[in-house]
Design a protein around this ligand. Structure first.
Ligand code: F6P
Length: 479
């Protein structure tokens, strides 16, 4: 790999800070494929990661030492430099909560209940100005921090405008943009005001290489370019001509980091959770789901499918427990707060309808606990992953890789992961509660040998492109 400097830009960075009782600052490594993906590249190359300060502790850290050289515990990141941007709270709130999370996320995941939302008025256009300013703050930090010919890996919809902002001022940079979400088809994308849709597409086309998690999302992006920018797409090469340059669009299907997950899942705290959960559920079969409480994850329909299974198949009463871990997410967005309440309400109804003094059919946990999630992955007989739309869904890849005795996977056809796992998962239409209930029953009743054999093949596909190679592939595409 060539050794040119690497810059990464993402809203959420590789660390988060906290303030100790004595006022000193501590930092904790964040999870995710990008951090592990960078471990190889950063060990041998000068690397700078630019991200936003997300909490008061982050802002204090950013004010005291805007650029820190950090050794992230357990990961040889070669003393990667991290630069946290202290963006004014109002600008950040409008850019992140209003435009990125309440608008772009909704468009790409097709989440709108259209009679009332979206509504693009003058208030939205003012928020859009802040989205531009937030992208400009990232672009400025990248320009300041980059050596000649550096490679820049911009992440996600939050920073869609950055590639063009960089291109205009520094044609020497080699720029990649990677989308971790799905991309909306033109029929849905056209909901955005025309000038804003075009600005997003043109912003991304400032890059040399655009990466997506699934061919479906890459194709949707290319179709949007054809429809809204009227540019020529070479479908055989998967390139777009724009502004006198040729931009290529690639698919990089991020896989699970099996090695590091297995070593983490073998730790004592995970074993303790495993024992505790086993005591709680006894020898009943286990259906497990682990998500952020996120509208796109379709948790309510998943719970309703479990309810339908119990209604129609009383032979399963007392013999199955559903562990549903639904961790807090994006509490600043009203729709997420309402959804969290709805999840809790439906969970309560299910236990009221079927629970007995010796059996709690549904165990809903809402506080985030990573070792407990890993213990559940190891124990699951059935894994339920039914998003309405999902860029990839790494849980679908990580949990089978940790399974102690092979799990069956009930998977939404609308998750990017279905591209690679579809042959051995039980695929469902996420809107079809009855089909999901039937798939849960098939999974519960699957013969042991078949379940183990399918799970082995799932693991093979799920680990085909580990984070390290996923990231290297993108850098290679910049040559
Ligand atoms: O997968 C898409 C993504 O936006 C990631 O970039 C992000 O880390 C994740 O969803 C969670 O979102 P947030 O950082 O807003 O909590």
């Amino acid at each position: 790999m060539d050794k040119a400097q690497i810059l990464v830009a993402s809203n959420r960075g590789p660390v988060s800070f906290s303030i100790n009782e004595d006022g000193s600052l501590d930092y904790r490594r964040g999870g995710g494929g990008l951090v592990s993906g960078l471990s190889s590249a950063a060990a041998t190359t000068d690397t700078l990661w630019v991200c936003a300060a997300l909490s008061d502790a982050d802002r204090t850290a950013a004010a005291n030492a805007p650029e820190a050289r950090l050794d992230l515990a357990g990961f040889d990141l070669g003393g990667m430099r991290v630069r946290m941007l202290d963006i004014p709270p109002e600008t950040f709130g409008n850019a992140y909560t209003r435009v990125a999370n309440s608008t772009l996320w909704f468009v790409h995941h097709m989440l709108y209940d259209t009679p009332n939302k979206p509504r693009f008025d003058s208030a939205f256009r003012a928020e859009w100005e802040d989205f531009r300013a937030y992208n400009a703050a990232f672009a400025e930090a990248l320009l300041t921090g980059s050596a000649d010919n550096a490679r820049v890996a911009v992440q996600d919809y939050h920073l869609a405008l950055v590639p063009r902002m960089l291109r205009g001022r520094r044609p020497d940079l080699r720029i990649a943009h990677f989308s971790h979400t799905p991309w909306a088809p033109p029929e849905y994308f056209r909901m955005l005001p025309a000038e804003i849709g075009r600005e997003l597409l043109e912003g991304m086309l400032g890059a040399d290489h655009l990466g997506f998690l699934s061919r479906r999302w890459a194709d949707a992006f290319l179709r949007c370019c054809e429809v809204f920018l009227r540019v020529d797409v070479d479908w055989a090469r998967r390139t777009v001509e724009f502004g006198g340059r040729v931009i290529d669009v690639g698919v990089h299907a991020l896989g699970a980091d099996a090695e590091s997950l297995r070593s983490r899942a073998g730790a004592a705290d995970v074993d303790e959770w495993r024992t505790a959960l086993r005591e709680r559920v006894g020898d009943r079969k286990l259906i497990v789901r682990v998500d952020r409480t996120e509208l796109s994850k379709n948790i309510v329909r998943g719970l309703e499918a479990f309810r339908e299974l119990l209604r129609e198949h009383p032979e399963w009463h007392g013999r199955v427990t559903h562990l549903a871990f639904a961790y807090p997410s994006r509490g600043d967005v009203p729709e997420y707060r309402e959804y969290t309440e709805q999840v809790q309400r439906v969970a309560k109804e299910i236990n009221q309808e079927f629970g007995t003094s010796s059996w709690t059919p549904l165990v809903l946990e809402v506080n985030d606990d990573f070792p407990r999630s890993l213990a559940a992955y190891r124990m699951a007989d059935v894994l339920l992953i039914n998003p309405i739309r999902d860029g990839m869904n790494l849980v679908a890849k990580e949990a089978p890789a940790l399974s102690d005795d092979g799990c069956a996977l009930v998977l939404s056809s609308e998750a990017g992961a279905a591209d690679e796992l579809g042959a051995d998962a039980l695929l469902v239409n996420p809107y079809d509660v009855s089909e999901t209930a039937r798939a849960l029953r098939t999974a519960l009743e699957m013969d042991d040998d078949e379940r183990r054999a399918r799970c082995e093949r799932l693991v093979e596909s799920a680990t085909a492109l580990p984070p390290r190679r996923w990231f290297e592939d993108q850098l290679r595409a910049l040559k």
